[in-house]
Design a protein around this ligand. Sequence first.
Ligand code: MTE
Ligand code: MOS
Length: 784
Amino acid sequence: MVVERVKGGVGAAIPHDSGHLHVTGEAIYTDDIAEARGTLYAAIGMSERAHARLKSVDLTKVRAAPGVVAVITAKDIPGKNDYGPVIADDPIFATALVQYHGQSLFAVAARTMEQARRAARLAVIEYEDLKPNLTAEAALRDQSFVLPTERLVRGNPRAAIASAPHRLSGKIRIGGQDQFYLEGMIAYALPKEDGTMHVYSSTQHPGEVQHQVAHALDVAAKDVVVECRRMGGGFGGKESQPGLFACVAALLAHKTRRPVKLRVDRDDDMMITGKRHDFITEYEAGFDDDGRILGVDFVLAGRCGYSADLSGSINDRAMLHSDNCYYLENVSILSFRCKTNTVSNTAFRGFGGPQGMVGIEAVIDDIALYLGRDPLAVRKVNFYGVDDRNITHYGQTIVDNVIHEIVADLEQSANYHARREQIRAFNRTSPHLKRGIALTPVKFGISFTATHLNQAGCLLHIYTDGTLLLNHGGTEMGQGLFVKVAQVVAEELQVDIDRIRITASDTSKVPNASPTAASSGSDMNGKAAQDAARKLKARLTEFASTHFAVAPETIVFRANEVRAGDKSLSFNELVKLAYFARVSLSATGFYRTPKIGYDRKTWSGMPFYYFCYGAAVSEVIVDALTGENRLLRVDILHDVGKSLNPAIDMGQIEGGFIQGVGWLTTEELCWNDKGKLMTHAPSTYKIPVASDVPEEFNARIYESGINAEDSIFRSKAVGEPPLMLAISTLHAIRDAIASTADHALSPRLDAPATPEAILFSIEELAARRAKAGVRAEPVLEASS
Ligand code: MTE
Ligand code: MOS
């Protein structure tokens, strides 16, 4: 007998469930939902100062503007004037004090969007200017922080550095990054009967938006439903901050008793919402002749903006990833959470991890240049061991280390050593065009460091025609979560995936869901769905066993069929029989990540269930006269465990990598000296486009990957880790720059490595070399 495989089961490389809708434009995003009669359109009135007292706010002209139906300020909020996700320090509307340029002060509802936006500009506001702190340096100088300073120490770094054969210190600035989701922030609020509210929100965290709206309206959670079928990208930007827009729309809907849509203009979106934290990282390291780090001392200053938002966990994750793949026996990490008069920085793919990893990779590169060794060799001597040197600086024993295998494989397949030689030869005869190459590894911890968030729920129905409806607490932002979870259900129940209707995230179906973040969406919702599917399967099995009078062990579900002893019937037939026998065909599923738990006070325990690994080789060419550069070739080997869907995973690997390249090379955020963001549109803020993809792009999934833990079908999370593979591009650029000074000195290169930054770096390097003679001391600069 031919055993048929179910269509769209686990491991099948099937397309995104909405792929055909995305490309035809039929996919319904929040703005595409058919509007209800009487819908009004909202706009936010924004602060034009970065730091000021509000002396007076005159909204007479706003109220009188054409089409305006309602204008609201903090006074019109029945409940709490706050949407802070962790700490109550994010007012929906600023009152006495404004803390950043772009902060929301009031909102307008009008008959058209154009009218609302025009009216919002007519406010007459008197400010009493206060001195704005715009940079992390300024915040450090004034000791201005959103959260207490943290320090993590293992061993005795001071003594280890002091007694080491070699010492270096350095500093790198790491720029921020706008999430640049293609669908901007949007919320559509519909007042329903009896004081209830339905909100469509483009959010990674519908459950939190539900609470934020309930608090603002002074109603209970049961009175608010938040729904999101899909986002046109979130990238962390929609983890905590959609609450502002949802609250504003809901408050206006509440006041007018009419549906209100707030779709934020791109420029306003960029000025109002938080970005990736920019960091200043300083280090001092002591090491031996092989480049092995004996002690390292990091000082991290993350610019958080005006409020705490998720900055606590983000800066924690930077600390927890300051090791990347390296064993740091003696280490100190001091982390400042700088308060500035700028947007409140928030989650962005990697969640602080990338910033931590850029720091240690800079240390390794500087050591390699100092010793005149291949940076890859220095990386390898510092790798975590498999059986020894395998305890992280926060006390978690690494049991799944595959970085040695991945790097060895990639080194071969990318032909790293031979190409490095060829590049050196090329550079010797090419005075202005310089090539560079680098291989960098990635290790990324999976789980929310806030332990309670590691839970998920699912709701699964089987209808009498044998089709299913799937709902879970995760959200879809293009990453392919929904199709992966559907594949889990298809596999468990052995039904073709096209029988499963995937539905919108909805707080009335699955309550108290965590944000879809920390790359844990498929791990957690996949397991919750598996739990629900197994419950239904158990009920059907028990029923079939009784009905056909056979032992339960003889009942097998296989490709839309069920065998019960020597009987065989279709899944549909069994479902129908079960229905008539009054068997419940609906189940909830639940999952909590096992094993994890850690104590933030002592920085010890097991914050991560497991780690994801990968490595990349980038090769670049840089014009030393202009700083212009191109990414020529990229080779990636990335571990996704046993892939739930290799096509989706490959999309995440390639997309994440390119997004990381954007962060580290072209995306530059500039504020003027008054604290106004000047790069608030694609005309001035350059994200990567198709033509920035390297001509030769060899990305591979690590075929022998398997999760050492009992994750969903032994897969691994894939959403964030590939972004950090792009650190190889930054280091390839550094390599090209170093070649302009014969690799005798370590370049000072901040991120993003824009052509301008590259040119400055080359000039600074030349000046330093001229000053010091050819054999210069490669010490970068003393850390303060
Ligand atoms: N991929 C797409 N296409 N769009 C996105 O917004 N967000 C990333 C990543 N991949 C994102 C994406 C981020 S920040 C995270 S945390 C994960 O997807 C979240 O989804 P997951 O947990 O299902 O991987
Ligand atoms: Mo992703 S930054 O955890 O939303």
